[in-house]
Structures are given as structure tokens and as C-alpha cells.
Design a binder for this molecule. Structure first.
Ligand code: ADP
Ligand code: MG
Ligand code: MG
Length: 912
């Protein structure tokens, strides 16, 4: 079984009908292709005999001035002899010649590596033998012609380097066809191909000064050297740098007996998937060509035929055999396979297999089907490598019809590309101002608008709600626009730097294209692409079932599988999943997606609906004045909370007290100030003065969070009253309420104590008035490093912690998320940071503080409830971290709830 020559280190691994030295597990040493060729051989599939030279030789080669271990020559000769024996042919024989291919193969498939050379072993003598033996002279010369061309291109490096360069072989081939008056390569006759071979060899001599090698062994070594040499070529090095593949991995080389798909009409070559990888339907599918070799299928010289359409008719026996092989491979690898095969005179040969890449749709269908077919367990179905949690998104968002998008691309309607912040597809008319969106909506509730802004702010909220999609020129993936869009489940592209927006002129310019208010655009939030005009959409079935109720669950297969998968998810996860929602409608959507509570209700969003009263409160210069305004707000807040409690029906609701600095609510333009002055009866000067007084140089670190409630206790008192009155009222109506009052931005235990006292005092008062008691907790948002460091003392009074990782990241890294867009991409590209810290928790920094806070908090209060409510709560990698440090729940925007559930289950099964 083993190679004939003994060495301490094994360099050469054979595979063939008589057995194999390698297997799939040896991927690091044999490369992906070599390891799987060995594995297929091992499980009894028809694989042409061959051998793999390990990646250890590649490393030796570069460590030893591009030379080989001394024993390699002998090892290769011995392995060749083994192929000869197994295939019953002889390399270089002038009566019964063996031909081989030489194929590169790193651990992961890697564009930039050397291309495969086929038909090695041909020369002017062996070609005659091949012709005689096959009884097909044309075939022999066609193979020879291909070989000389590939050898020249790949081994002797004559392949064109730029688009302008010409491939001398292609030119000669083209001229030959022209002269012969034919269109296809297959129409050239043996004598014409013979002429071509001579011309090719001449071109090689002229182009490289070298003679084409006639000695088969010299040909093999030339090809092997070219594979190892290509590991360090520029393209390969750049590719590895981009994808973080270590240079030490090295490549393997596979030398394998040729099988021929170009011997006649009972021969074919093809590539196939064992299931559909776009939507996941079972059944072998792919491309094939009759009477063709190797790369012809992908080269586009002839249009390939579809396996699922015609192979059963063209080659019934081979189709059946391939189908069975596909099933065997799926059973063995427990995954969908992407295979290469050749049919030689009715006999099927396997040349490659690997796990197939797939869309989110296919990933879900395949995982669920595999469980139902008993190929894998439910827990295996949840593995992150099978369904990357983020890919669930694709099932929830409306999609552009791929055909329509292709058409738009062809018509040159793609305008620009930004950061794909909110997945989804949205087409509509350009609208530059939230107020215009509101006005348009008042006239027509069905308006379809895309809100196009330099950036967005809380004032744009209602306009954003109306818009179908949001497009901004600035800001990163956690900018206001991105954050709110995701919470609303809207398509959103941010940081689209190519947009030149002129609010005054009402234009958006990209290069030489000028678009105006009301012009149609389409944004693809999956890819960040912006199109001019319309692209057709398709709504997601899952949303139709869960939210719109326009589709019955049993009518949607996509939904059925999603539902089944999510059942397994919930059986396996430890973390609870809540949502960030401020409104009953959002809360209901989140529940439909499986949310188990509200982790963050931002009360300030409610104030925007009663902004004038709120502004009056801010502008008041006395306590009495503020109390008058707050009294007006109280019923509205209470009503909003009641709506949320009803929607959540007994599930926990965490309500955060007012957080942003007050000036964010005031108008900054003189015209708006004048208008407000008229409305609330104070002078415009007073407003302007108050705005100036409240101005902050660094609002992120300004008078905000609990600092507001401490200086203006009446605000906390009003909010607490609104919360408890609503809770009592809803509870009296027979609906259970579980409320958690959250104090933001606490750094000192004393801050918490101050606010807690007001909250508890108010609760007691309200319960007395209402003659009913409601369960409640008072806790804090952990979002400054001091709270982490002093977690033990904070937790002496706080009944729960919720990590506000947006602010915790800002305050730990000293990075403002509103200003980091300018350098974060540079940081990412230069490997300064591994991730965008506002998308994925910075585990070493922010994560370390979180661990300190968990330990400190649970020291004071072993059963302390701890969650996370920052944007990170919906990021799979961050969810894994939260699971690992023992949090009780994560909270994220409604549309990310299923993703967080899946990620939580994946974290749980990964640990098993
Ligand atoms: P790639 O990694 O680019 O797919 P491969 O080494 O898989 O390169 O080979 C390219 C093509 O040549 C494939 O279609 C493969 O099936 C075909 N091929 C490779 N080796 C042989 C062989 N020994 N006999 C027949 N066809 C082969
Ligand atoms: Mg291949
Ligand atoms: Mg915060």
C-alpha cells in the first residue's frame, strides 16, 4: 500500500484502485483536492489512479532555495510506476501510453495558483500510439494540441498577463479555424490539428527561446515545478494576504492518470452539485458537455447542457451512476457536494469533490432536509458552518428579482456602492427631507420613497418610518441611519461616498448623472448597490406568514422549514432573546420573530411625537415651569407604555429613562426657533439663548443619561409615574406586567442610589393610589468603564445589568461612532482591528470589561440578571461571546431576533 521507498518524512501519497495512503482528514498535508481524491478512492468511488506530493515538499522547496528533497525523484518514479500498474499503461510508451494531469491544490481552493495541465506524456511518438490505440486520430491530435498549449501557457508562462496581451496559441487556433472555414474547435481535422501542434511548438521556441520538452518525465517535472513556483507568484501572495491565509500552508501537487471525455459521443465532462445551491432543492444538477475535456465546460467555448435537463436522456446509465455517487458522497461527507467528473466511453470517473457554497435560502433548506432524511442530527443542522446565522436575513428581506437586477446592470443603471447596512431591496422616489416624506405620506399612504440624506438624526425618525429605504452619503454601519433602519427592518445603505447631495438644489449627483427629487432609484441593502430607476422586487414569504398574514403557514415551504429549524434552535439555546422596541407594532413584530421580552425601550423616541410639550419642558427656567410641561407629557407617556405592556403580554419590558442630552430636542435653525416661539408663547431670543446654554462640545460625554434625572429629578419622577400608572392599569385589565426600570449611564453607585430612590418612592405612591401592586425591578445600563470596575458596589442595589455596548465601546475605545467612519476602513484593511468594534464586540477590550462587570455584579448578587441591549446583541460573533460569559439574554432589533436565536443555539451546540 505505501510507496516503495521508505523515508522518515513522507512526501508522496498514492491513491488508486489498489488502495490509498491519504484521506480527507489529511487536508493540511494533501490539500483539499488531494485529500478528497484519496477519500473518494477509499470509499470505493471510481477515481483515476494518481499521487499527491504533500505541502511539506512545498515548504521544503522554499526553505531550500527552490530545490527538492533528494529522495523525491525516486519517490515520484515509484509512484508513477504504481499508476502505470493500476491503469495498465506505460508512461512514454510508444504502444500503450499513459497520460497524466498535474493539478495544484492548497488547503482551501485558491485562485491565483497554477492552472491544471492535462495530457502530460504526449510527444510525436506517443501521439501516434494514442491514435492507434483509441482508433481516433483526431482525438489524439486534439489532446496533443491542448497539451502543448497548456504547457506553454502555464509551465512556460506564456499566458497573457494583461487584457491587452494576446495568447499566441489562441491566435494560431483562431487563424487555423478561419482558414479551414469552421467555427468550433471540434470541427478541425486531424491533419489540421497536427499542423497546429507544429505551429504551437514554434511559437514556444520564439516566445521563450526554449524547446518544447519531448521527454515525458521532463514534462512532469516541469509541471510540478510550475505548481510549487506558483505558490509565491504575485497573484497568489496578494490573495492570501486579502483572505488571511498563511504563506506557511504551502500547496500540494496532484499527478493523476488521464481519463478522456473527448473520445467521442459516448464521452463527456462536467461539473455538478448534489443539490441546488441557490434554493436548496434536492437532485443532481449542473453542466456537462459531450465529447469534451476538462475546462471546456467553464471556458464558454461551447454552451454546456444542463445535467438535470438532458443527461438522463443522453447517457441514462451514467446519469444513474452519477446520481448514486452524489447520494453516497452526501451521506459520507454529510453535506452537499460540488463535484467534477468525466465519462469515458460510458464509464464514470470522479475527479474532484468538495463541500458546496450556498445561499442562506439553500443553507436552511439543505440543513432541514438533511435532518429529515436522517443524514445529520438536529444539532449538526444548527452548526454555524452550515447556516451562518447572518444568512437567515436573506429569508426575511424582500429581494430583488435577480433577472431584473441583471437587466439593470446591463443597461448601465448601477450608480454607486456604499456600505450594506440594512439588508433588503427597496425602490422608490428620491426624497431628501423627512418632513417631505411625511407630507407626501399624508397625501398618499402608499407612497414609495427612498430617503436620501447626507446622514440622519432622531428628527428624521418619522420620515424614515415612511420611507421604504434609506440611503446616506456618510456614516458607518452603526450610524443612526443604519441602526434605526435595522430596527425598522428597512433596506439601508450608508457611507455611499460617491453621492453628492445638494439639499438646496434638490439633487443627488453621481459622476455625470444628476438625479432629482421624485426620480426613481433602487437600493440593494444586501450588496450596497444603488441603481437608477426601478428594479422589481419579491416579498419574503416568511414575512407574509408571520407579519402580514397574507400567506398561510402551510402554503409556504420556505416558512415551514424556517419554522422547523427555529424549533431546534429553541431546544438548544441557553440565552434568551429579547428585542429593542419602542412601539407596540415593533414589539408585536418581534414577538412574531420569537422575542421573549423587550430589552430596551428608548423613551425619548416617544417624546418626538409630542415634541412641542417636551421642548417647553426644556425651555422652562423654573421647576414649576418644567412640572407644568411634564404634566402634559405624562398621559402620553403612560399611554405609550400601556400599549407596550399590552403587546408584550406578561413578557419582561425594560424601559430606559431619558438618555440623550436635552439640546438634541431643540431646533437649531432661526426659522424653526421663530416658529416654536410662536407656538409655545416665548420669545425667539429666549429659545436661542437656551440653545446656546445647552450647547455641548462633546455631547456623547455631556449632560445625559442619569445625569439628567439627577439634576432634574422631576423628569425621572414623571417617567416613573408614567411607567407605573400604565403598569397598574394594564394589570387591572387582566394582563400580566413585568417591568424593569433601567437607569442609563451609571458610573457611580451613588448615581444609581439617587435615581432608584425616586423610582421606588414613585412606585409606592402609585401603587397606593391605584390600589394594586405590580412586580418590578430597578437596574442599570452598564455603558461606562467605571460601572464595570465598580460593578460589585453598583449591584448591591441594582437588580439587573444590561450592557449598553454602543456607549461602552465608545467610552472604552475613546472612539465616537459618529466620527469613526473616516478611519475605520483603513484600520480594517491594515489589520489594526480585527472587526468593526461597533458591529462585533471588541472582545479583548470591551469584552474584558464585561467579564469584570459580570464577576463583580454576581459577587454582590449571585442571581443578578444580566443582558446586553447594544447593537451587538444581534451580531452572531458577539452573541457567542455573550453565551460564553454567562449572560442571561441578548436584545436586538426585531428583524435580527431570529438571527440572534440561531446564533445563541450555535454557541450552545459548539460547546458540546
Ligand atoms: P481547478 O482547481 O481549476 O478546478 P482541476 O485540477 O480540478 O482545476 O482541473 C481542471 C479540469 O481538468 C477539471 O475539469 C478536471 O475535471 C479536469 N481534469 C483534471 N485532471 C484530470 C484527469 N486526470 N483526467 C481528466 N480530466 C482531468
Ligand atoms: Mg477543479
Ligand atoms: Mg447609551
Amino acid at each position: 500500500m505505501a510507496t516503495a521507498v521508505k523515508t522518515a518524512v513522507k512526501y508522496v501519497y498514492s491513491f488508486g484502485p489498489d488502495g490509498t495512503d491519504g484521506e480527507a482528514k489529511m487536508r493540511d498535508l494533501l490539500g483539499g483536492k488531494g485529500a478528497n481524491l484519496a477519500e473518494m478512492t477509499k470509499i470505493g468511488l471510481p477515481v483515476p489512479a494518481g499521487f499527491t506530493i504533500g505541502t511539506n515538499v512545498c515548504n521544503y522547496y522554499y526553505a531550500h532555495d527552490k530545490s527538492y528533497p533528494t529522495e523525491l525523484k525516486e519517490l515520484v518514479s515509484a509512484a508513477m510506476a504504481k499508476i502505470e500498474q493500476e491503469m495498465g499503461a506505460k508512461f512514454g510508451s510508444t504502444t500503450n501510453p499513459l497520460l497524466v494531469s498535474c493539478r495544484s491544490g492548497a488547503r482551501d481552493s485558491m485562485p491565483g495558483m497554477m492552472d491544471t495541465v492535462l495530457n502530460i506524456g504526449l510527444n510525436d511518438q506517443t501521439v501516434d500510439a494514442l491514435a492507434k490505440q483509441s482508433g481516433n486520430e483526431r482525438f489524439a491530435w486534439d489532446s496533443y494540441r491542448r497539451f502543448v498549449q497548456m504547457y506553454g501557457d502555464v509551465v512556460l508562462d506564456m499566458k497573457p498577463k494583461t487584457k491587452e496581451d494576446h495568447d499566441p496559441f489562441e491566435e494560431l487556433l483562431h487563424a487555423k479555424k478561419e482558414k479551414a472555414g469552421v467555427k468550433l474547435d471540434t470541427e478541425l481535422s486531424a491533419p489540421q490539428l497536427k499542423e497546429l501542434v507544429a505551429e504551437f511548438k514554434k511559437a514556444i521556441k520564439e516566445g521563450t527561446g526554449k524547446q518544447f520538452p519531448d521527454d515525458p518525465m521532463q514534462q512532469v517535472w516541469g509541471a510540478i515545478g510550475a505548481v510549487f513556483g506558483s505558490w509565491m507568484n504575485d497573484r497568489a501572495v496578494v490573495y492570501r494576504r486579502t483572505y488571511g491565509i498563511p504563506h506557511e500552508w504551502g500547496t500540494a501537487v496532484n499527478v493523476q492518470a488521464m481519463v478522456f471525455g473527448n473520445l467521442g459521443d459516448d464521452c463527456a465532462t462536467g461539473v455538478a452539485m448534489t443539490r441546488d445551491v441557490a434554493l436548496g432543492a434536492p437532485g443532481l444538477n449542473g453542466d456537462y458537455l459531450i465529447n469534451a475535456q476538462g475546462e471546456d465546460v467553464v471556458a464558454g467555448i461551447r454552451t454546456p447542457k444542463r445535467i438535470e435537463e438532458t443527461l438522463a436522456k443522453d447517457m441514462p446509465a451514467s446519469h444513474k451512476e452519477l446520481t448514486e455517487i452524489g447520494q453516497k458522497l452526501e451521506k459520507h461527507y454529510k453535506d452537499v457536494q460540488d463535484i467534477e467528473f468525466t465519462v469515458q466511453r460510458g464509464r464514470v470517473w470522479m475527479l474532484q469533490t468538495r463541500n458546496a457554497k450556498r445561499t442562506g435560502f439553500a443553507a436552511v433548506r439543505i440543513a432541514v432536509d438533511f435532518v429529515n432524511e436522517k443524514l445529520i442530527t438536529k444539532q449538526e443542522a444548527l452548526q454555524a458552518r452550515r447556516i451562518p446565522a447572518d444568512d437567515l436575513n436573506q429569508l426575511l428581506q424582500p429581494l430583488y428579482d435577480p433577472k431584473s437586477k441583471q437587466k439593470a446592470l446591463k443597461e448601465g443603471r448601477m450608480l454607486a456602492k456604499g456600505i450594506n447596512a440594512g439588508p433588503g431591496a427597496a425602490s422608490g422616489k428620491i426624497c431628501f427631507h423627512a418632513s417631505d416624506a411625511e407630507a407626501a405620506w399624508l397625501k398618499d399612504k402608499n407612497v414609495e420613497l427612498i430617503l436620501v440624506r447626507r446622514e440622519t438624526s432622531p428628527e428624521d425618525l418619522r420620515g424614515m418610518k415612511i420611507a421604504k429605504g434609506i440611503l446616506t452619503a456618510f456614516g458607518g454601519a452603526s450610524s443612526h441611519a443604519a441602526l434605526v433602519s435595522r430596527q425598522m427592518g428597512k433596506a439601508c445603505i450608508v457611507g455611499c461616498g460617491d453621492l453628492d447631495i445638494d439639499y438646496r438644489a434638490g439633487t443627488m449627483t453621481v459622476g455625470s448623472t444628476v438625479l432629482r427629487v421624485g426620480d426613481d432609484i433602487s437600493i440593494d441593502g444586501f450588496t450596497g448597490e444603488v441603481f437608477k430607476g426601478d428594479v422589481e422586487e419579491r416579498p419574503s414569504e416568511i414575512l407574509q406568514v408571520l407579519l402580514d398574514k397574507t400567506l398561510k403557514p402551510e402554503e409556504s415551504e420556505v416558512y415551514g422549514r424556517f419554522q422547523q429549524l427555529m424549533g431546534w434552535v429553541d431546544e438548544n439555546r441557553k440565552l434568551k432573546v429579547r428585542t429593542n422596541a419602542d412601539e407596540p407594532k415593533q414589539a408585536q413584530e418581534a414577538i412574531a420573530f420569537g422575542a421573549e421580552g423587550i430589552g430596551l425601550c428608548r423613551t425619548e423616541h416617544m417624546f418626538f411625537d409630542h415634541i412641542d410639550d417636551f421642548r417647553q419642558m426644556i425651555l422652562a427656567e423654573t421647576l414649576e415651569g418644567r412640572e407644568v410641561a411634564l404634566a402634559k407629557l405624562l398621559p402620553f407617556q403612560s399611554e405609550d407604555f400601556a400599549g407596550l405592556f399590552q403587546a408584550m403580554n406578561g413578557r419582561p419590558v425594560t424601559i430606559r429613562l431619558l438618555d440623550p442630552p436635552l439640546h438634541e430636542f431643540l431646533p437649531h435653525q432661526p426659522a424653526e426657533q421663530a416658529e416654536l416661539a410662536k407656538k409655545i408663547g416665548v420669545s425667539a431670543e429666549v429659545i436661542a439663548r437656551r440653545v446656546a446654554e445647552l450647547h455641548e462640545f462633546n455631547p456623547m460625554l455631556g449632560h445625559r443619561g442619569c445625569r439628567l434625572g439627577i439634576v432634574y429629578p422631576e423628569i425621572t419622577r414623571m417617567q416613573a409615574r408614567a411607567i407605573f400608572e400604565a403598569a397598574c392599569q394594564v394589570q387591572k385589565s387582566g394582563i400580566k406586567v413585568a417591568v424593569e426600570v433601567m437607569v442609563p449611564l451609571v458610573g457611580f453607585a451613588a448615581e444609581f442610589k439617587d435615581q432608584e430612590a425616586i423610582i421606588r418612592e414613585t412606585a409606592t405612591k402609585v401603587f397606593g393610589e391605584q390600589k394594586v401592586k405590580v412586580e418590578y425591578l430597578v437596574g442599570t445600563m452598564v455603558e461606562v468603564p467605571r460601572a464595570c470596575a465598580c460593578a460589585e458596589s453598583v449591584a448591591e442595589r441594582a437588580e439587573f445589568f444590561s450592557f449598553g455596548t454602543n456607549d461602552l465601546t465608545q467610552t472604552t475605545l475613546g472612539m465616537s461612532r459618529d466620527d469613526y467612519a473616516g478611519y475605520i476602513n483603513h484600520y480594517r484593511e491594515h489589520d489594526i482591528v480585527p472587526n468593526d468594534p461597533f458591529q462585533t464586540i471588541d472582545i479583548d477590550g470591551v469584552g474584558a470589561l464585561m467579564k469584570i462587570a459580570v464577576a463583580g455584579g454576581r459577587k454582590a448578587r449571585p442571581n443578578l440578571k444580566i443582558g446586553i441591549c447594544g447593537e451587538h446583541g444581534g451580531d452572531p460573533a458577539s452573541v457567542h461571546f455573550c453565551h460564553a460569559i454567562g449572560l442571561d439574554y441578548v436584545s436586538c432589533s426585531p428583524f435580527r431576533v431570529p438571527i440572534a436565536r440561531l446564533a445563541a443555539a450555535q454557541a450552545a451546540v459548539a460547546g458540546k
